[in-house]
Design a protein around this ligand. Structure first.
Ligand code: ATP
Length: 256
């Protein structure tokens, strides 16, 4: 991703209501160039809804999303030109081949000039070389997830949003995806990753944002959260469970 300008994502007072239910409630934050930020929260906290608003898939009830300074609602084409979003359940064009799909995305983002150079390495990295001429419909769930990630990398994005990117991907793929985040970070991209994997978030993310019931309840590095909430030396999992009041799972008892 060398040569691509650095990315910035700014979210200001984002609200999303489904009828009278407020799924995202006054969410504000900024992701700076070269940062990987984890978006954490219990089931139903509003992570996917917030990401879908930030990716321009859902229209927010109010608030503003700026991608590299371009307002997502006012200047959608320019805002989206810098954005790569990988949803939890990617909707791909099943009747294109893997290679056709990659090319289609490159055409949409006007990046055919770099497509030839990127195609082979990406297919190799995501173990899709031998599937390149197969229809997307014939791929396994994990392969589809890998293709969605590879497609996100064939355009000149510098703001990346991933919704649960690691679930369903095999261990080698997980290593690749984590390396991808680090490469994006090193190239100056702004990376937002929603995940329930708190160990991974602790190792991978520079900062985390914790949502509960649509509201941001905490934001910062692990050290900042430990100090703010008097939990020095505790893991991200401990801090998360304390803040979200998630009951701890009792160890399973096997009656044999
Ligand atoms: P998970 O970790 O389970 O994926 P999440 O944090 O991504 O959860 P969302 O999927 O954003 O949560 O859902 C937030 C809230 O909004 C939930 O209470 C959910 O039921 C509600 N919600 C989501 N989509 C809709 C919809 N289309 N209509 C009504 N309510 C919705």
């Amino acid at each position: 991703m060398a040569g691509i300008p650095t990315g910035v994502l700014e979210v200001r007072h984002l609200v999303k209501e489904y009828k009278s239910f407020r799924a995202v409630d006054d969410l504000s934050f900024t992701i700076h160039p070269g940062e990987i930020v984890g978006l954490l929260g219990p089931n139903g906290a509003g992570k996917t809804t917030a990401l879908r608003c930030m990716a321009g898939i859902l229209r927010p009830t109010s608030g503003q999303v700026l991608i590299n300074g371009h307002d997502l609602l006012q200047d959608q084409a320019r805002a989206k030109s810098g954005l790569a979003f990988v949803p939890e359940l990617p909707s791909l064009y099943e009747l294109l081949t893997v290679e056709e799909h990659m090319k289609f995305v490159a055409m949409c983002f006007d990046t055919l000039d770099v497509y030839d150079a990127l195609l082979e390495p990406l297919l190799k990295r995501y173990n899709l070389l031998d599937k390149r001429n197969q229809l997307v419909a014939t791929l396994s769930k994990g392969m589809k997830q890998k293709l969605a990630i590879a497609c996100a990398l064939v355009h000149r994005a510098n703001v990346f949003m991933f919704d649960e990117p690691i679930i369903g991907i095999d261990p080698a793929g997980v290593v690749e995806v984590k390396d991808e985040f680090r490469r994006a970070k090193d190239g100056g991209a702004a990376v937002l990753v929603s995940t329930h994997l708190l160990d991974t978030a602790e190792k991978l993310c520079d900062r985390v944002i914790i949502l509960a019931k649509g509201r941001k309840i905490a934001e910062g590095t692990l050290a900042q959260l430990q100090s703010q909430f008097g939990m020095e030396g505790r893991s991200l999992e401990d801090v998360f469970l304390e803040l979200t009041d998630e009951p701890r799972q009792a160890a399973p008892v096997f009656d044999i």
